[in-house]
Design a protein around this ligand. Structure first.
Ligand SMILES: Cc1cc2nc3c(=O)[nH]c(=O)nc-3n(C[C@H](O)[C@H](O)[C@H](O)COP(=O)(O)O)c2cc1C
Length: 369
């Protein structure tokens, strides 16, 4: 494999520093450079061959930034400029919160993985809405769809979760091209229990109520809602969540979040045993399996977003072929650097040419047929 200049020269330096410090540096730089970058570059669309209309939105290409990288929406203009076809900010909770004590992100380079237990450190819905309002005033929103990923504040009791999600949605409503209900992060105690049908239905009810209030007597539709699931659900629980999503008119499912599994890791025990969610290469197959299961069950009635262990265009292709219409990356971006989204788009185009595929949508579901 040929190493990019980032992987050969920059990554070895950055990987000597504390992961969260590097992340902060990256976000701070992109917060400053993003508006300039947005003037000179936008997301590639492969001359229209990578562009899809889904859920009433136009995605210039299928490669998105996964939730968790830009939790405070500080670098929103940078993502399309780096080639992303969409970006998801958050997780955002109704109340700002500091998250878990540091250190809380660990690299497992031998496994091309990360383990994190950040615990939804974020500025809260009101402050994030103010940041997004500033980007809008400067004309820096709208280059590519923006997803708003919502979670439950740590201090909120599980039975009050619906009100927490609803409060955040009200505040962030004007900026959401789509909304993700995150019930799958392993680092907020009890959050993943909200994936069960009863609690999830309660949250979706509360979101519907906000949508009804916000659209009453006004032009414009409510943003599509997606649900983000964990890879560790039992197969029948995945099916139940998909059935509920279908019943409730949810637009899509994002699969998957990080895993608590440590299967197949080669990193030393002292790294493997860190607490938190595992992401990156060891998650790839597991999340592709969930994509295939969800796609089969939904049979074209939900948009499936595939995320987990995508580093290359072949990894992205695998998720699309399993039934995802869109993909997202986080750990692959940390390991691959700023050129990753563009490289994946280029790689998809090259393989489409090689295999005689005219449009990216033709890849979707091909391995399931
Ligand atoms: C450091 C870190 C923080 C994350 N924070 C969030 C988050 O706040 N909300 C969320 O829905 N997912 C979060 N994720 C999960 C990613 O969005 C993604 O689902 C997961 O990492 C699998 O993709 P990957 O293998 O490309 O990293 C986080 C992942 C990492 C590594």
């Amino acid at each position: 494999m040929v190493l990019s200049p980032y992987s050969a020269l920059v990554r070895p330096v950055l990987f000597r520093l504390d992961p969260e410090r590097v992340h902060e540096l990256a976000i701070a730089s992109l917060a400053v450079a993003g508006p300039l970058m947005a003037r000179v570059a936008g997301p590639p669309d492969g001359g229209g061959r990578l562009t899809q209309e889904l859920m009433g939105l136009r995605f210039p290409n299928p490669v998105g930034l996964a939730a968790g990288f830009d939790k405070r929406a500080r670098a929103v203009p940078a993502w399309p400029a780096l080639g992303f076809g969409f970006a998801e900010v958050g997780t955002i909770t109704a109340q700002g919160q500091p998250g878990n004590p540091k250190p809380r992100i660990h690299r497992l380079p031998d496994d091309r993985a990360l383990i994190n237990r950040l615990g939804f450190n974020n500025a809260g819905a009101e402050a994030t809405a103010a940041t997004l309002a500033r980007w809008r005033r400067r004309g820096l929103l709208g280059r590519a769809p923006l997803g708003i990923n919502l979670g439950k504040s740590k201090v909120t009791e599980p039975e009050d979760a619906p009100a927490d999600y609803a409060r955040s949605l009200e505040l962030l409503w004007p900026f959401a091209d789509y909304v993700t209900v995150n019930v799958s992060s392993p680092n907020t105690p009890g959050l993943r229990d909200l994936q069960a049908i009863g609690p999830l239905a309660g949250i979706l009810d509360a979101i519907d109520a906000v949508a009804a209030r916000m659209t009453a007597g006004r032009a414009g539709a409510a943003p599509p809602v997606l649900v983000k699931l964990a890879p560790d659900l039992a197969p029948e629980d995945i099916d139940a969540a998909v059935d509920l999503a279908l019943e409730r008119g949810v637009a899509g499912v994002i699969v998957t979040n990080t895993t608590l599994s440590r299967e197949g890791l080669v990193s030393p025990e002292q790294l493997r045993s860190r607490e938190g969610g595992l992401s990156g290469a060891p998650l790839r197959e597991r999340s592709t399996g969930v994509v295939a299961r969800v796609a089969r069950r939904a049979a074209g009635r939900l948009v499936v977003v595939g995320v987990g262990g995508i580093f290359t265009s072949d990894d992205a292709w695998e998720k699309l072929a399993a039934g995802a219409s869109l993909v997202q990356i986080y750990t692959g971006f940390v390991y691959g650097g700023p050129g990753t989204a563009r490289a994946i788009c280029n790689g998809l185009m090259e393989r489409m040419d090689r295999e005689g595929v005219a449009h990216v949508s033709e890849i979707v579901g091909t391995s399931a047929r």
